[in-house]
Design a protein around this ligand. Structure first.
Ligand code: AMP
Length: 247
């Protein structure tokens, strides 16, 4: 069964309804996905969403979708968030939390959820804990995708992005048929600035400072499930599913 849903209530806000009702599931999974840039968290969220039927709730996707709404369709909180995102900064906790609170219906949805990109700081995690407690919802686990930094640098720095259609290739894992040329549209492939080794190390340092303390936060709550992020995307997904079923 296809689980690619429009996620309108998440992406556009509570004034919008999802096209489909929540899926009828035997068990609604409520999970958080953590992982440094480059570990493949977004891909894992999609693979798990297909298997568990839980909705993929990415805060980054909400901000990206908001760019396409008109000014009056956006809440004041969203307009403020976009200013931070445009400057390449993390959106302040208060703004992110206001946005998540507006979408609390997605956290109580009967199909469950996979949070991706939120929480990003311990303050956000504490606030989420309070929101979930108010709704009498319990988290089932926090999947932490882990990979040695050398491998992250190798994965990210090998990425090449099409300047025209934005398709993503990898010099060894997914090479284009002709070097430097997009298979799909023939556009030129470039290495984005944020995946150059020097930028990756800066991003990793930032991640270590603000987001990595979350693993300790959830370890203490006995919710942390460490998943080695090596192998194919499907192998990693199956590892996570086995850990969840065994837990
Ligand atoms: P992502 O797709 O998760 O990398 O998010 C893209 C951008 O959205 C980030 O660079 C931030 O500007 C913003 N963002 C997404 N989620 C959060 C969050 N939980 N806290 C702060 N900023 C966020």
């Amino acid at each position: 069964m296809s689980t690619v849903r429009d996620r309108a209530a998440w992406l556009k806000g509570p004034a919008f309804q999802c096209a489909e009702p929540p899926p009828a599931v035997n068990r609604a999974w409520r999970l958080i996905l953590l992982g440094a840039p480059g570990v493949g968290k977004g891909t894992q969220a999609e693979l798990l969403s297909s298997r568990l039927q839980a909705c993929h709730l990415s805060t980054g996707d909400v901000f990206r979708a908001a760019k396409n709404l008109t000014e009056c369709e956006r809440s004041p909180a969203m307009n403020a968030a976009l200013d931070f995102m445009r400057r390449g900064e993390l959106v302040p906790d208060t703004t992110v939390l206001e946005m998540v609170r507006e979408r609390v219906g997605c956290l109580t949805c009967g199909g469950g959820f996979l949070l991706d990109g939120f929480p990003r700081t311990v303050a956000q995690a504490e606030a989420l804990q309070q929101i979930l407690a108010e709704q009498e919802i319990k988290l089932d686990g926090v999947l932490s995708y882990e990979l040695p930094i050398a491998e992250i640098v190798e994965r990210l720095s090998g990425r090449r992005t099409c300047t025209k259609c934005k398709a993503v290739f990898h010099v060894t894992a997914r090479p284009p048929r002709r070097e430097g040329v997009c298979d799909g549209c023939g556009g030129a492939l470039i290495q984005r600035e944020d995946v150059r080794p020097e930028s990756i190390r800066v991003r990793m340092a930032e991640y270590a400072k603000s987001t990595a303390p979350l693993t300790e936060y959830y370890r203490r709550q006995k919710l942390l499930v460490r998943i080695p992020a090596t192998g194919t995307p499907e192998e990693i997904r199956d590892r996570a599913l086995a850990a969840l079923q065994g837990g």
